[in-house]
Design a protein around this ligand. Structure first.
Ligand code: AP5
Length: 226
């Protein structure tokens, strides 16, 4: 029997702050073995390490704006060159501008890849402010929680790793969340049409429970990873 040629799957999660991109990406990563690539996480790591990119990005992120395409693309290319992405990637929060989308298409074409699915997580703006403002994560493993929607089973103890220290993001104030929403509508939402024209767009109602959204996404990912 001839060997079946497989190439790494590429899934994009589009959606405003608080839509659930990170929450869902982590669950899909565990189930399907794809690697979550969050440009937000990569940028926060660069800020924490004090790299030149991190120093340039810090103030922009704290104000809720978008970091320059040049910095984001450099960070993403480095991450995509690492060996663990062979089964495929979930791009969480990337691309966010027309320039990033064009650069991604070029980068993927170099290795015979393409975007297999782009999912727009569709949500209500005001609900997103509440989701973002109540969010916190385990300081040890990064598992995400929320004051109202997802608390640890045992108060103060991470379900995943047993850690007892938690942290909140500097840009998770209601004011900054509004600036991030504006940036999303002005610069990122137009990408929904871009991926619709390419025939790879799926829309998922992300106002439902985390489990319902997960179920809708699971069918999409299963179809691109067979
Ligand atoms: P980034 O880290 O990407 O943040 P974001 O896009 O604003 O998205 P969030 O992480 O806030 O939300 P999420 O959709 O992941 O929601 P989550 O799953 O956590 O970017 C941060 C900054 O970095 C940007 O502002 C920008 O400055 C910069 N940046 C990053 N990428 C860039 C790029 N490509 N170009 C330029 N700049 C870039 O869920 C939120 C909360 O809600 C959680 O507590 C969760 O438990 C809860 N929740 C999730 N789903 C549900 C549900 N269905 N029901 C109830 N609660 C839910």
């Amino acid at each position: 029997m001839d060997a079946v040629e497989t190439r790494p799957a590429v899934l994009i999660l589009l959606g405003p702050p608080g839509a659930g991109k990170g929450t869902q990406a982590r669950m899909l990563e565990e189930e399907f073995g794809l690697v979550q690539l969050s440009t937000g996480d990569l940028l926060r790591a660069a800020v924490a390490m004090g790299t030149p990119a991190g120093l340039a990005a810090k103030a922009v992120m704290e104000a809720g704006g978008l970091v320059s395409d040049e910095i984001v693309l450099a960070i993403l290319k480095d991450r995509m060159a690492e060996p663990d992405v062979t089964k495929g990637v979930i791009l969480d929060g990337f691309p966010r501008t027309a320039g990033q989308a064009a650069a991604l298409d070029g980068l993927l074409a170099e290795s015979g890849q393409r975007v297999d699915a782009a999912v727009s997580l569709e949500v209500d703006d005001e609900a997103m402010i509440a989701r973002v403002a109540g969010r916190y994560t385990c300081a040890d493993c990064g598992e995400g929680y929320h004051d109202d929607f997802k608390q640890p089973v045992h108060a103060g103890v991470c379900d995943k790793c047993g850690g007892t220290a938690f942290k909140r993001r500097a840009d998770d104030t209601a004011e900054t969340a509004r600036a991030r929403l504006e940036a999303y509508h002005a610069q990122t939402a137009p990408l929904i049409d871009h991926y619709d024209h390419l025939g790879v767009l799926a829309r998922v109602d992300a106002m439902g429970s985390i489990a319902d959204v997960r179920a809708a996404l699971g069918g999409i990912v299963a179809a691109i990873t067979v």
